[in-house]
Write a protein that binds this ligand. Structure first.
Ligand code: GDP
Ligand code: IMO
Ligand code: MG
Length: 419
């Protein structure tokens, strides 16, 4: 058996949470492989809207195992809040397992994130300020604390040692902070984290694959936020791509099956950094309003623009996408002419790739497609969609050379059309 991967092809918030929830009934295990509470994955069903940050999006399906893999970074305080919010819904939570190798976000990691952003001034990344960058820095710097360390009698000592290092770095910045309250809450929240099974999750995954269990690896963020291949330095600090599922769960590359690539029928970005097809006009504002484009984690307005074909092709190649899923198709309803960026112009020349040098200086070259009026949110079958929707899908499949398996027409589980 091979594990399937589902991930975002743009700058995050493509609708990963919704589709993982929709697909969960076909799987035995849903596993997060990277990122942390910078993610906000929204699920809607039975009139309930729920946002998950650290917990995999299969949590509302009894009988399914949800696993937080070694590549994830966990803030115990946010984790505790997530667990309490799920419990408050009164819906039975499916089983949740946590890798002993997942790294812990300390209160001082969050302070370091804030201090670093403040020092950057206008050049700030637009981080979610959840401590993601500093935690991954300690991981690669071989200083981090992991979930498995909590059981170590020397845990407090290890914590104090890392904290001391962080305080020295904080002294380097012009940054005021209060640590005591954050620390009290952090230590109190460890109790909930401890109440779940901490496992060697790579062994668990290997055994599950041998037993023909079906696994879906759930990505966070999106390919254009990848630490290696995204619009560096305006990226997150993990590998958000298919390869991240290998390192973040211990799945061998030849054990990867389908790769589901999710994208919006247009494009959004939250935080700083280049966005060649961004719209600064009323159409952009319209997409933001109709699409309710506000960050699920920070509430910040998302920047909106047309779909970006060169960026999507790049993401498809890097991830080995086998099936595409187009989200928020309903949001384009009522726009007379839908545009798609097919090339960029740089220094008077047309190019069809994201260059290393100057992602800020790119001018999008767009193709125009006829829009549609029909409200798609009520559709029960794609067969009833207007011709223009079919034309848009057919054109995208042609230029992206990859089939579109799902077309999403609303935030609810039920507003999902299979092809
Ligand atoms: P994720 O981070 O990729 O899981 O995506 P987010 O949850 O951050 O953002 C996606 C937003 O779009 C959420 O508010 C979803 O409820 C919503 N959404 C998902 N699919 C659709 C869709 O097809 N149409 C509309 N209108 N909203 C959708
Ligand atoms: P989901 O999983 C959209 C962005 C931040 C910032 C940059 C770095 O919901 O798609 P970080 O906190 O990681 O240091 O921030 O990455 N970012 C996201 N944007 N969706 C996300 O996750 C994101 N996670 C981080 O806005 O620009
Ligand atoms: Mg999100």
């Amino acid at each position: 058996m091979k594990a399937d991967v589902l991930l975002g092809l743009q700058w995050g918030d493509e609708g990963k949470g919704k589709i993982v929830d929709v697909l969960t009934s076909k799987y035995d295990i849903i596993a997060r492989f990277q990122g942390g509470p910078n993610a906000g994955h929204t699920l809607e069903f039975d009139g309930i809207k729920h946002v998950l940050h650290t917990i995999p999006s299969g949590i509302f399906h009894p009988g399914v195992i949800n696993l937080i893999g070694n590549g994830v970074v966990i803030d115990p305080v946010i984790f505790e809040r997530e667990i309490q919010e799920i419990k408050a819904l009164g819906i039975p939570m499916s089983e949740l397992l946590i890798s002993k190798k997942a790294h812990l976000i300390l209160p001082t990691h969050k302070l370091l994130d804030a201090a670093s952003e403040k020092a950057k001034g206008k050049e700030k990344i637009g981080s979610t300020l959840k401590g993601i960058g500093p935690t991954y820095m300690d991981k690669t710097g071989r200083n981090g604390l992991r979930v498995g360390d909590i059981a170590d009698p020397n845990f407090k000592k290890k914590y104090e040692k890392l904290k001391r290092k962080h305080i020295q770095i904080l002294n380097f910045y012009d940054f005021k902070y209060e640590l005591e309250e954050l620390e009290t809450a952090w230590f109190a929240s460890l109790a909930i984290l401890k109440s779940f099974d901490h496992i060697e999750s790579e062994h668990y995954i290997h055994k599950a694959l041998k037993e023909n269990k079906k696994i879906l690896a759930e990505g966070a963020q999106g390919t254009l936020l990848d630490i290696d291949f995204g619009s560096y330095p305006f990226v997150t600090s993990s590998n958000t791509i298919t390869a991240g599922a290998c390192t973040g769960l211990g799945i061998a590359p030849n054990k990867i099956g389908e790769v589901f690539g999710i994208f919006k029928a247009y494009c959004t970005r939250v935080g700083s950094g280049p966005f060649p097809s961004e719209l600064f006009n009323e159409v952009g504002a319209h997409l933001g309003k109709v699409g309710n484009e506000f960050g699920a984690t920070t509430g910040r307005p998302r920047r909106c623009g047309w779909i970006d074909i060169p960026a999507l092709k790049y993401a498809i190649n890097i991830n080995g996408v086998t099936q595409l899923m187009m989200m928020k198709t309903d949001v384009l309803s009522g726009i007379d002419t839908v545009k798609a960026c097919t090339h960029y112009e740089l220094d008077g020349k047309q190019i069809d790739y994201l260059p290393f040098e100057d992602n800020e200086g790119l001018t999008p070259v767009c193709k125009e497609l006829k829009g549609w009026k029909m409200d798609l949110m009520q559709l029960e079958s794609l067969a009833d969609a207007p011709k223009e929707v079919h034309d848009y899908i057919a054109w995208l499949e042609d230029v992206l050379e990859t089939p579109i398996a799902i077309v999403s027409v609303g935030p609810d589980r039920k507003q999902t059309l299979f092809r």
